[in-house]
Design a protein around this ligand. Sequence first.
Ligand code: PLP
Length: 422
Amino acid sequence: MSTHFSIEQARALDAADPLARFRQQFAIPEPELIYLDGNSLGRLPLASTALAHDLVERQWGERLIRSWNEGWFSLPERIGGKLAQLLGAYPDEVTIADSTSVNLFKLAVAALHHQRGRTRILTDDLNFPSDVYVLQGAVAMLGAGHRLEIIASPDGVHAPVAALLERLDSDVALVVLSHTVFKSGYVYDMAAITAAAHAAGALVLWDLSHSAGSVPVDLAGAGANLAIGCTYKYINGGPGAPAFLYVRRDLQPLLANPISGWMGQHDPFVFGLDYVAEPGLRHFLTGTPPVLAVALIEPGVDLLLAAGMTALRAKAVQQTEYLIDLWEAMLAPLGYTLKSPRQAGQRGAHVSLGHAEGWRINQALIRDLGVLPDFRAPDNIRLGIAPLYTTFADLYTAAERLRRAVDEGIYARYSSQRALVT
Ligand SMILES: Cc1ncc(COP(=O)(O)O)c(C=O)c1O
């Protein structure tokens, strides 16, 4: 093991961290737990606890139905408007609704209708499986001869950019990609892919689940058409928090929500029986928003806005570089492989390490060594960095425990049998 890394050095990096104060804004009931799963379920902002009390006791308990006119009705667009600032979008281009999967369905079907005459849909095999399932379902439901093409990554880490560009032609209706991919953390060049797709007349739908709040996104700058993403990862909106969707302003009146419901109706309280879509983004809402869950997204967004995406990105790059340096010095000799891009510009805020005993090591980390990463088959140990609260000391300690899990044979206590949720 290299000697130039130490916990003292990690603490010195923390002392120099301009974002260090944000950690105090989160509930950290077990300070000794190394939590590296903020890319799956972000921590609880302290402000969310206070807000949850107010929502339940006062807004619901006391104000009852009056609260709909005291802020509830406009919550999806108000919080979406704030979130837009993190995504380089205009406030009226982002709203909160449903789950990421459902939003993907709504936007993909809307886009395919709009692109009538074109039959091909492009994605890659690094995309989140739910996205692929939703597209398969949409193709089957439409019955219009669409073909979903899943382009293979050359190495499971980097995106198949050249192959994707080669396949773009006048028959491609839609390109659907995860901007930051869930296993390796590879980040697509949004502007370049969008420009190439547009040159072929295709629309692009970006899944921003692993980018929102962790990687700077410039939807307007890229001229992006459509996007979706979740709020329970880096945005810290809570388990199963509702998702967001983005539709570029000029496309909003042109695209139809296939799940037309009263919340997207031009005037829902007239209760007319013919659906007339609200021309703006609101017609991508369907039913009554889950108010408590939508409201609880706001504290996390406020923290990210206060920190600023430039500072958050700078810390994510510094911390992922640091973790990769630790891997090289301490872990590579023990059979750990790097399964994330080496180049910082192509990497989001998590680092994936592979190991032939990945699942058992993951068990040892969780049960014996006080580290919570997550595991993605077949052998990825994902180490998620949330720049708002992950410390350099967390990363040094995690690397030291990954080393011990193998060096001291701790992983061998566990079976290879997988759990339900990994
Ligand atoms: C990149 C990505 N897309 C889509 C999803 C699915 O999101 P949901 O369960 O909100 O539909 C996830 C879930 O983790 C994800 O990571």
